[in-house]
Design a protein around this ligand. Structure first.
Ligand code: MLT
Length: 406
């Protein structure tokens, strides 16, 4: 008789955003008269920029002619895109990253979830708490978790690094030594970021204990402060201890188009084996390359007009972030984030849990957010709102929340 992977049975019944989606669908079905405003999942709302649409049209046209048709893409990505990324995102910033260290994929979520496969099953992981659920869930699926403590909602083999208002949302170096350290900067969900000096501490630590930093930089386009690095490879020493994930979802609106990339430097080695070769082997075996059309569209992100249009889009979302941040602050909430990231993290009113506040906002203001406890035990008492809505809805949502008073 076949047996299922029991590790999957250890996971919550559904992924955080599916749970929220189901709750909101049930509420809307019961209250069809209410206009529900969704500031929950970090999904973009603005259309693709004209430069990207143009590139998509051109690539589609190419696919309609035998001479310019493209079949399977190279597993690791087309050279035209890998070279563009290496130059624009890394070399122009002074980072020593080559095109063949860039692996194109269908998005950062897949890569963040899959990367653990190239590390030993017994690897200890460390995560910030609260944390993007994919990091922990993908390790639970791989059995890297030990026992579950239902009271704290933690796994005995996972090292949780609390990030709360009390420590400025900066993770402290852990007491126990991890093998893999997940860092998301700018951070999802808290919307905060690490400065160059703060990140250097982590790079030095990882090199000293022989750990790897799995650095999720999906929100890099939202950085506004000079002291926040756009890549971990801006930090000396990162080539021997870090892997970086990037996405076209949040900077260029590709959430429904799908494209991302992962940077694995060739210096990242354990014994005689290199993470670069293992990730190339995994990619080549399990992935048949991202679509030509989409990779062509991604190159438009780096064109002069593409860059300008995308800058405007990021500014549009950051205007929403300001509306949320300032509106809630004026209403008496304790708020964080929203400066280098499109997420605002707020403390829920005392006496309520994160899920109580979720229900309260849904039922009274008809606004959807994300309960902080869904991101980990240290997220309890907090709540996340996204700036990815449209401007008018964002203003209306904050107006409704303010009208509730505190
Ligand atoms: C979020 O809301 O946290 C994001 O949409 C998740 C993601 O990018 O996968």
């Amino acid at each position: 008789m076949f047996q299922l992977n029991e590790n999957y049975l250890k996971l919550p019944g559904s992924y955080l955003f599916s749970t929220i989606g189901k709750k909101v669908a049930a509420y809307s079905a019961a209250h069809p008269e209410e206009k529900v405003i969704r500031l929950g999942i970090g999904d973009v709302t603005q259309p693709l920029a004209p430069a990207i649409i143009k590139a998509l049209h051109e690539a589609v046209e190419e696919m309609g002619h035998a001479e310019t048709f493209h079949g399977y893409a190279p597993d690791l990505g087309y050279a035209f895109l890998r070279e563009t990324i290496a130059k624009a995102d890394y070399q122009d910033r002074g980072c020593r990253i080559e095109a063949d260290e860039i692996f194109i994929s269908d998005g950062a979520k897949s890569d963040c979830g899959n990367i653990q496969e190239i590390f030993a099953p017994e690897s200890r992981i460390a995560v910030c708490d609260p944390v993007y659920p994919v990091y922990v869930d993908s390790n639970v699926m791989a059995g890297r978790t030990g026992e579950y403590d239902a009271q704290t909602g933690t796994w005995s083999r996972v090292i949780y690094m609390p990030c709360t208002a009390e420590n400025g949302f900066v993770p402290q170096l852990p007491q126990e030594t991890p093998d893999l350290i997940y860092l998301c900067v700018p951070n999802n969900p808290t919307g905060t970021a690490l400065t160059r000096d703060q990140l250097k501490v982590w790079v030095d630590y990882a090199n000293s204990v022989g750990a790897v930093i799995l650095y999720d930089a999906a929100y890099e386009a939202y950085i506004s402060r000079d002291e926040v690095p756009h890549s971990i490879f801006e930090i000396d020493g990162a080539r021997s201890c870090a892997i970086e994930f990037r996405s076209f979802s949040k900077n260029a609106g590709f959430t429904g188009v799908r494209l991302g990339f992962t940077v694995v430097p060739k210096d990242l080695k354990s014994g005689g084996a290199s993470a670069h070769s293992l990730w190339a082997r995994r990619h080549g075996t399990k992935f048949n390359g991202a679509p030509y059309i989409v990779q062509k569209a991604a190159t438009a992100v780096y064109s002069e007009e593409g860059r300008a249009q995308i800058r405007d889009q990021v500014a549009y979302y950051m205007r929403n972030a300001k509306v949320i941040y300032e509106g809630l602050k004026e209403a008496g909430y304790e708020v964080y984030g929203g400066v280098d990231a499109p997420y605002i993290w707020l403390r829920v009113p005392s006496g309520m849990t994160s899920w109580d506040f979720f229900d309260y906002l849904l039922e009274t203001a008809h606004v959807v957010g994300t309960p902080g406890s869904g991101f980990g035990p240290s997220g309890e008492g907090y709540f996340r709102l996204t700036a990815f809505g449209n401007y008018e809805n964002t203003q209306e949502a904050i107006g409704r929340i303010r009208a509730l008073g505190r």
